[in-house]
Design a binder for this molecule. Structure first.
Ligand SMILES: NC(=O)c1ccc[n+]([C@@H]2O[C@H](COP(=O)([O-])OP(=O)(O)OC[C@H]3O[C@@H](n4cnc5c(N)ncnc54)[C@H](O)[C@@H]3O)[C@@H](O)[C@H]2O)c1
Length: 252
């Protein structure tokens, strides 16, 4: 039996193989959660789960491709086999190397690929796992959005549309799932020093650096407390909201 605010609560974190998803998983694990790390990259996911277990966290890896309905269904069977879930963090997204083209330069294939993982994938995972959270008597869903969807960053239209869609879906889900004692919220980070952000052009890093209210780079550790709070008991009356964690770059 673990101790902590989320002791033994079964939580799925998608895209937890690296980056913000792994940082979030580590934080929820420190609070005692029983974690499923879901990722398309088995090499990253297995390594991340082993790393967390070495630190005494309950963590198992499950492979999933959010773009494939059958894959999401198979993942759901695995993670709900033992017992009902308490929580879901919809973090996985194509966030790496997707920028660079204005809206009239994007191909339909590029649009479909990003929306297919980031928005449709979030819907597929939520649809597959929410019944287990309902069966367990309620719980938490947190989606990871992006403040880029509020700022309207240039040459990132498909990604921004997907993230705006995720926060709109959050509002809709909060009303659908409120009767089942499930809260649904979005946490939207700003540009964060992580593996994927190394692909972001220097000018965009500079834009954030010059315009944050707090004058320092954002780290993955800046985000995880907000997610842990929204997953916990003290956030039981907060739902349908977007919490922007970006050092005051965009003021929501
Ligand atoms: N890093 C940032 O600056 C930043 C800023 C704002 C929002 N975000 C958001 O935070 C979240 C995490 O971003 P990150 O920077 O850690 O990205 P990342 O690319 O480092 O990690 C994303 C993870 O999702 C997984 N993934 C990708 N496609 C998948 C699929 N089809 N099925 C299953 N898993 C898949 C990847 O393997 C990876 O482990 C994303 O939702 C991203 O949009 C990141």
């Amino acid at each position: 039996m673990s101790s902590g605010a989320l002791a033994d609560r079964a939580i799925v974190v998608t895209g937890a193989g690296r980056g913000l998803g792994l940082a979030i998983a580590r934080r929820l694990g420190a609070d005692g959660a029983d974690l499923w790390l879901a990722d398309i990259r088995a090499d990253w996911g297995e390594a991340a789960a082993a790393d967390l277990r070495a630190d005494g966290v309950k963590a198992r890896f499950v492979q999933v491709d959010l773009a494939q309905e059958d894959s999401v269904r198979a993942m759901a069977e695995v993670v709900t086999a033992d017992r009902p879930l308490y929580g879901l963090v919809n973090n996985a997204a194509l966030a790496d190397g997707v920028g660079g083209k204005a809206i009239h330069e994007l191909s339909v294939a590029e649009w479909d690929r990003v929306l297919g993982v980031n928005l449709r994938g979030t819907f597929l995972v939520s649809r597959a796992l929410v019944p287990s959270i309902i069966a367990g008597g309620g719980g938490r869903v947190v989606a990871i959005g992006s403040d880029a969807a509020l700022y309207g960053s240039p040459r990132l239209g498909h990604y921004i549309a997907s993230k705006g869609g995720v926060s709109a879906l959050t509002r809709a889900m909060s009303r659908d799932l409120g009767p089942h004692q499930i809260t649904v919220n979005t946490v939207s980070p700003g540009l964060t020093e992580s593996e994927s952000a190394s692909m972001v052009p220097a000018e965009r890093h500079e834009l954030y650096r010059l315009n944050r209210a707090l004058d320092r780079p954002q780290q993955p550790a800046d985000l995880v407390g907000a997610v842990a709070f929204l997953m916990g008991d003290e956030a039981s009356f907060i739902t349908g909201q977007q919490l922007v964690v970006n050092g005051g770059f965009v003021l929501n």
